[in-house]
Design a protein around this ligand. Structure first.
Ligand code: MN
Length: 230
C-alpha cells in the first residue's frame, strides 16, 4: 500500500495578506559578497556560483513571531548566513537583466543555515555540499514583501545579531552579482518558475550558533527575522 502523500508545497507568509506564497524550489548564490568570499578562503574575485536546497527546508516565520529551528544532527558548527531572498512570481529562461525585476513577486529576509564543518569536509574532498547546506529546517524565511510595496533592493543595510550582539554587517549594494544579474544568470541554467526562491548570498561575519541562541536578522525595508535555535 502506498503511503499517504501530501503534495502541498510549503507556504511562506506574505506581508499584509492572509495568502501564502507556495515555494517551488530554493536556489542559493555562493560567495556573492567579496568580503565573505575572503573569510571563506577565496580571493574574492572568483565569480559567484549556485547551489540548491529542497523546498521543504523552509521554516516560515510569520510577521511579529519568533521562529524556531532545531539544532541539526551530525554537526558541531552550525552557522548563520543572513540573506536577501527573492521570490519569483513569473518564470522563464534566458531572462534579460533589464527584464529581471518584472519576474519578482517580492522580497524577504532568510537565513541560509549551514553545517560548516560538514560543508568544509565536502569542499576538501571535492564532494557535493548538500549535507552541509540542504538539511531539514536549513532555510528560515520571514514574510515576503510584495514588489509593488518595496521596489527591488539595490542598496541598504543587511545584518544579523546573535543574542543582541553584532555579527554580520554589510550592504546589499556590495553584491558581486546584483539581483537582476542573478536572475539572468540562473535563468540561463534552469527554466525558472513562479514559486522559486533565490537566496542572494551573505555578507561577512558568519559564525556559529548554539542551542538557545536568538538570531535577529534584518534587511533595510524588510523588517526583521527572529529565530531561536532549540
Ligand atoms: Mn549563503
Amino acid at each position: 500500500m502506498l503511503p499517504a502523500f501530501s503534495f502541498a508545497r510549503p507556504l511562506l507568509p506574505i506581508a499584509g495578506s492572509n495568502d501564502g506564497f507556495p515555494v517551488r524550489r530554493i536556489f542559493c548564490v555562493g560567495r556573492n559578497y567579496a568580503e565573505h568570499a575572503r573569510e571563506m578562503g577565496a580571493s574574492g574575485r572568483e565569480p559567484p556560483f549556485f547551489f540548491c536546497k529542497p523546498a521543504d527546508a523552509v521554516v516560515p516565520v510569520p510577521a511579529g513571531t519568533v521562529g524556531q529551528m532545531d539544532y541539526p544532527p551530525r554537526t558541531a558548527d552550525l552557522q548563520h548566513e543572513v540573506e536577501l531572498v527573492i521570490a519569483l512570481g513569473r518564470g522563464g529562461r534566458d531572462i534579460a537583466v533589464a527584464a529581471a525585476a518584472s519576474h519578482v513577486f517580492g522580497q524577504a529576509i532568510g537565513f541560509d543555515m549551514t553545517r560548516r564543518d560538514l560543508q568544509k569536509a565536502a569542499k576538501e574532498k571535492g564532494q557535493p555540499w548538500e549535507i552541509g547546506k540542504a538539511f531539514d529546517q536549513s532555510a528560515p524565511v520571514g514574510p515576503i514583501h510584495r514588489i509593488e510595496q518595496i521596489p527591488l533592493l539595490t542598496r541598504g543595510e543587511i545584518g544579523l545579531d546573535v543574542n543582541g550582539e553584532a555579527r554580520q554587517r554589510g550592504d546589499v549594494a556590495d553584491m558581486i552579482w546584483p539581483v537582476a544579474e542573478i536572475i539572468a544568470e540562473l535563468s540561463g541554467l534552469f527554466e525558472l518558475a513562479a514559486g522559486d526562491l533565490i537566496f542572494t548570498g551573505t555578507p561577512a561575519g558568519v559564525g556559529p550558533v548554539r542551542r538557545g541562541d536568538h538570531m535577529s536578522g534584518r534587511v533595510a525595508g524588510l523588517g526583521e527575522l527572529d529565530v531561536v535555535i532549540v
